[in-house]
Design a protein around this ligand. Structure first.
Ligand code: SAH
Length: 251
């Protein structure tokens, strides 16, 4: 099994593939000012198995296009949409977030939780803007420093893993420089990392390792996740995902 297939196998059965929470998706919806209705059209980019997709379709009654480049994540999303009677509102689309082919000005909102880092925050903000209607909403969560002074091991880890990591002020400046007005911000609580993401992930490690008994890359993958989890647990006061809600300006 290749590395990507191992990652999929570890993450597919989780409630979500990154930190977040249903209540936090709902808070971002409230801050966005979006009003429910079937005319609303939303893209959920890097949707994974659809933790946020399902909330958007249910709470906003919106037509949601759920985009991920891994079909293995879209299949369980489709099954869950059927189980919740939301299939008529959710269309899955296997595509790279870096090469979206939607029509210009075709969405009321672009949503992306824990995924824009895959192409970089600034690059994502710049390239997705055209797909939004004027006044449309961009709602993205992104790794964010919560403090100005941080333990060196934390800064070094994330600078290496994701050099764009920065403070909320710097992220908002990127939004403002690229044709957006920030309308809301909050940081995800440690519960979103631990209860909603890391604990369920850790609970899957034993089964994953026994499915891939003897595969050193499976053991390496688990070890790397454990290192990241321990680092987060030591320094949760300094880093989180910031949730940025911004409106596309007129020009
Ligand atoms: N939004 C989901 C998943 C977050 S994990 C949640 O909050 O649970 C990041 C997701 O981005 C994964 O599902 C991964 O498959 C997807 N992804 C990574 N690179 C991508 C790319 N280039 N194009 C599209 N999706 C990508």
């Amino acid at each position: 099994m290749d590395d990507l297939s191992l990652l999929v196998d570890l993450h597919r059965d989780g409630p979500r593939q990154g930190p977040g929470g249903v209540e936090e998706t709902r808070l971002a919806i409230r801050l966005s000012g979006l009003r429910p209705g079937p005319q609303l059209r939303i893209a959920d980019v890097g949707c994974g198995t659809g933790a946020s997709t399902l909330v958007l379709a249910e709470d906003l009654e919106a037509e949601v296009v759920a985009v991920d480049f891994l079909p293995d994540f879209l299949t369980p999303l489709e099954a869950e949409a059927r189980a919740r009677n939301l299939s008529h509102r959710i269309t899955t689309h296997a595509a790279s977030m870096e090469a979206l082919t939607f029509a210009d000005a075709s969405f009321d909102a672009i949503w992306s939780e824990g995924a824009i880092y895959n192409m970089g925050f600034a690059h994502g903000v710049q390239s997705w803007r055209r797909f939004l209607k004027h006044g449309g909403i961009l709602a993205v969560s992104e790794l964010t420093w919560l403090t100005q002074e941080r333990p060196a091991e934390l800064t070094e880890h994330w600078q290496r893993a994701y050099p764009e990591v920065d403070t909320a002020a710097a992220k908002m400046a990127v939004l403002e420089e690229n044709g957006f007005t920030p309308v809301g911000y909050f940081a995800l609580s440690p519960r979103c990392w631990l209860d909603n993401y890391y604990r369920p992930l850790q609970a899957r490690f034993a089964g994953f390792l026994s499915r891939h008994d003897g595969d050193p890359r499976a053991a390496e993958l688990v070890a790397a996740e454990q290192v990241e989890i321990a680092l987060y647990e030591r320094h949760a006061a300094h880093v989180s995902y910031g949730f940025y809600i911004a409106r596309r300006t007129a020009e």
